[in-house]
Ligand binder design. Structure first.
Ligand code: ACO
Length: 313
């Protein structure tokens, strides 16, 4: 993760906001900001560490997926840059654009490639430099988002790891979370080409919040039903860290012990697709993940996209 911590106190001197509002409405106390660092650089570092952890060489990778909403270029993709720098000579590589659902969508794709016999070893990285599309004069978004990257390796195995998945999108609500790449224009028209003035993320926060209130339980219910399991049989719920109130809503709805719902939004803010992978990485390093545990992961956000997966570690 980037070193710079942007605290609520620092934001108080930048926009009309205050620590109390941010903590009460979101649960966020600080977020990390990547200074002069590209998304591919964050992705590469996370990918390297995941390979090191898994004691694998890049040459063993068949596929690299990078979930990102903030790629550095239209082409090459972040994943191809990472593939080249890692020297993953036999890997296919592509980016996956599903914003805050980036990790859960990528898990589903990685699992599908492995089940189809098209890949044995897959590196999934989520990386974001959201600060590049955040307007630090807009208090409705600048207090929410942070930068970072996290990665995981998936391998073919006799023992099933990804037990079931449920992925959906609702494109009719896409306008609720929007950052434009290029303006729509007539390229043959006379005169200078327009400069895009919509680079900053606009979010209809309460509309997205309302969407999550139905989408997240829909996805969680689906994976529990598909696996013929109940919420009390699940060891951990690791959800996209968008807002602590969404995590509390899920805790209440399923009557969960709050300790089963992992929270680190206070330290990293909303890191889009990175957040679920980041939680799992922290949990593993803290010794909280044990073999045989069942985990529900869920992502939701830009697109709008949403989904959940039930995994056994
Ligand atoms: N500081 C102080 N006041 C603020 C701030 C701020 N930073 N931001 C907004 N306010 C004010 C508003 O102006 C408004 O004032 P008003 O009542 O005088 O008009 C008031 O606070 C309430 O604003 P709301 O937007 O209604 O606040 P809400 O309780 O909905 O919280 C939030 C906003 C935190 C953004 C919430 O809606 C949310 O978390 N939404 C979900 C976001 C999400 O899940 N995104 C998905 C992932 S992102 C991705 O995919 C990239």
């Amino acid at each position: 993760m980037p070193d710079l911590k942007l605290t609520n106190e620092m934001l108080e001197s930048m926009v009309d906001t205050n620590d109390e509002w941010i903590v009460k409405r979101t649960g966020i106390r600080e977020r990390r900001i990547a200074q002069n660092t590209a998304t591919w650089e964050l992705a590469l570092e996370a990918g390297r560490r995941a390979l090191e952890d898994a004691a694998l060489d890049a040459s063993e990778l068949d596929l690299i997926i990078v979930g990102t909403a903030t790629p550095d270029f239209f082409t090459p993709s972040v994943s191809c840059m990472v593939q080249g720098k890692l020297g993953a000579s036999k890997a296919m590589a592509f980016d996956l654009s599903a914003a805050c659902s980036g990790f859960v969508y990528s898990v589903d794709v990685a699992d599908s490639f492995i089940r189809a016999g098209k890949a044995k070893t897959v590196l999934v990285i989520c990386a974001e430099t959201l600060s590049r599309i955040i307007d630090y004069t807009d208090r409705s978004t600048c207090v929410i988002f942070g930068d970072g990257a996290a990665a995981a390796v998936f391998q073919a195995s006799e023992q099933e790891g990804v037990l079931t998945t449920y992925m959906r999108a609702n494109g009719t609500l896409g306008e609720c979370l929007k950052a434009q790449c290029l303006p729509v224009e007539d390229p043959l028209a006379q005169g200078p080409r327009a400069v895009c003035d919509h680079r900053f993320l606009k979010m209809a926060g309460s509309d997205v919040f309302r969407f999550t209130a139905s989408a997240v339980p829909e996805a969680i219910d689906a994976v529990l039903h598909q696996a013929n399991m109940t919420a009390d049989q699940i060891d951990w719920f690791v959800l996209h860290q968008a807002n602590v109130r969404i995590l509390q809503m899920v805790t209440t709805r399923y009557g969960l012990d709050p300790k089963k719902v992992y929270v680190n939004i206070d330290r990293y803010g909303n890191t889009s697709g990175v957040s679920v992978a980041l939680c799992l990485d922290e949990m593993r390093k803290n010794g909280q993940l044990k073999a045989g545990q069942h985990i529900v992961i869920s992502g939701f956000g830009g697109g709008l996209t949403y989904g959940a997966a039930l995994i056994r570690i």
